[in-house]
Design a protein around this ligand. Structure first.
Ligand code: GAR
Length: 315
């Protein structure tokens, strides 16, 4: 299944177009499910419509930031978006909105970050006598044009360049960089190695945890004690990447499967005391995963050790 991406634009939308046309390749790991704008006249909307992509536009004028961002968020969720790509979206986002899409929202910025956040980036690079301008893709965090940089392309500044001439060349670089970076970003979250890395980080943070291999699966237990989690990838060719954790028994197992049968399953050969939780659906809640691991650890930890954890939690 392809990752579902919504793009937010305010203007020409050439970066959105680059994302859209890259998505037409059969092996592109994402698809565009919505192009949304705070500017009903944004030229990019016409192009998106012509290409059969759902669009939504509404002016932010006269609305406060939180209320407008809540409307946008509603649209993104209704479209079933897993990720948001900001592409020339010239609005500061509310902290709530950023928090809701934490780790799932990227932005493209026309400078080699951390240089020149904000506006007039090309003029600033020229005025500073820089040899290169360029563009960056970063994960969006609450601070403007901040957040971990995923990729950058330097673009040489030529003698006599103006902000406009440099901007035009940087756009060629942007149109290459954004689709490739977005594709790598959404794939990473589905790759077994990356998923195992996240599980390992959470599991190994529990007291006295260690990792061994069991039945060909990476597996986490208490040193010289019982196991509390297994990481399975395509075991017995079932095509699933999942975490197996301890639960209370058959009732809880049945309830979970009824609640969300795409995510939860009864792991073969493990019996009623375990649940399989798919990690390859693209919308894994890592806080919840940490909580599953902690509960599973508590279920098998020797009393003395479990008692220490309970004490720690009282603080
Ligand atoms: C792009 O150059 C993008 O880097 C920049 O706006 C332009 C949008 O063009 N973004 C920012 O300045 C964000 N701070 P487009 O609408 O043709 O994609």
């Amino acid at each position: 299944m392809k990752a579902r991406v919504a793009v937010l634009i305010s203007g020409a939308g050439t970066n959105m177009a680059a994302l859209l046309y890259a998505a037409k390749a059969a092996d592109c790991p994402y698809e565009l499910v919505l192009v949304a704008s705070n500017n009903p006249d944004a030229a990019g909307l016409v192009l998106a419509k012509a290409e059969g992509i759902a669009t939504w536009a509404r002016t932010h004028k006269g609305m406060d930031r939180d209320a407008f961002d809540a409307l946008v968020d509603e649209q993104l969720r209704a479209a079933g978006a897993d990720y948001v790509a900001l592409a020339g979206y010239m609005r500061i986002l509310s902290d709530d909105f950023v928090a809701r899409w934490a780790g799932r929202m990227l932005n493209i910025h026309p400078s080699l970050l951390p240089k020149y956040k904000g506006l007039n980036t090309h003029q600033q690079a020229i005025d500073a006598g820089d040899a290169y301008g360029g563009c960056s893709i970063h994960v969006v965090t609450p601070a403007l044009d901040d957040g971990p940089v995923l990729a950058q392309t330097p673009v040489a500044i030529a003698r006599g360049d103006t902000a406009e001439s440099l901007a035009r060349r940087v756009q060629f670089a942007e149109h290459q960089l954004y689709p490739a970076t977005l594709a790598a970003f959404v794939s990473r979250e589905r790759s077994p190695d990356w998923l195992l890395g996240r599980v390992r980080e959470l599991a190994m943070a529990l007291p006295e945890a260690d990792e061994v291999s069991s039945h060909g699966m990476p597996c986490f237990g208490i040193v010289k004690g019982k196991k509390f989690a297994y990481f399975t990838h395509d075991h017995h060719r079932d095509g699933k990447t999942a975490l197996l954790v301890k639960i209370s028994g058959a009732d809880e197992q049945a309830q979970l499967i009824e609640l969300d049968e795409a995510r939860y399953y009864r792991p073969a050969y493990f019996g009623d005391g375990w649940i399989g939780i798919r990690l390859d659906l693209g919308d894994t809640d890592w806080d919840a995963t940490g909580e599953w691991l902690r509960k599973s650890w508590l279920a098998i930890a020797p009393k003395k050790l479990a008692g220490l954890m309970a004490v720690a939690e009282d603080f």
